[in-house]
Write a protein that binds this ligand. Structure first.
Ligand code: ZN
Length: 143
């Protein structure tokens, strides 16, 4: 928890932020740092990489147990989820213009968000904010 204070700071969230709030903050930051908006601003890509790491640390497999149960259960679940991620095709996702992200309906009923900024940065695996399921987005990179 304490060691994830940096991640919350990165997303601009306080210690009481819910997963939903963390996800909204993550998406907002991803939007800000998208190359289309941030342009060639120095450091935007590095900043985005930090935001992505912060998000994964908070809501990805092995995430802060304070958000999802006790540490051992979280670690076990993370291990299972690492092995069992699902593959989706980018064409099968819905595009959410407001979030500037592709959304995939998760098994838990929530949406897994794949921000275009992350996809542009070469990130292809995203975590559900609710159940931590990993979703790998299959897409052709256009060089
Ligand atoms: Zn889920």
């Amino acid at each position: 928890m304490g060691d994830l204070a940096w991640a919350r700071r990165e997303l601009g969230c306080g210690p009481d932020a819910t997963r939903r709030e963390l996800r909204d903050a993550y998406l907002a930051r991803a939007r800000e740092l998208h190359p289309d908006r941030a342009g060639a601003r120095a450091g935007a890509a590095a900043e985005f990489a930090r935001v992505q790491r912060a998000w994964e640390a908070l809501c990805g497999p092995g995430a802060d147990p304070a958000l999802g149960g006790d540490a051992r259960a979280a670690a076990a679940a993370a291990e299972r989820q690492r092995a069992a991620h699902v593959e989706v095709d980018l064409d099968d996702l819905r595009f959410d213009e407001a979030a500037d992200a592709f959304l995939s309906r998760c098994r838990c009923g929530d949406d897994v968000a794949a921000p275009t900024a992350a996809l542009d940065a070469g990130v292809d695996t995203f975590s559900c904010a609710t159940c931590s399921l990993r979703v790998r987005v299959a897409y052709e990179r256009v060089e």
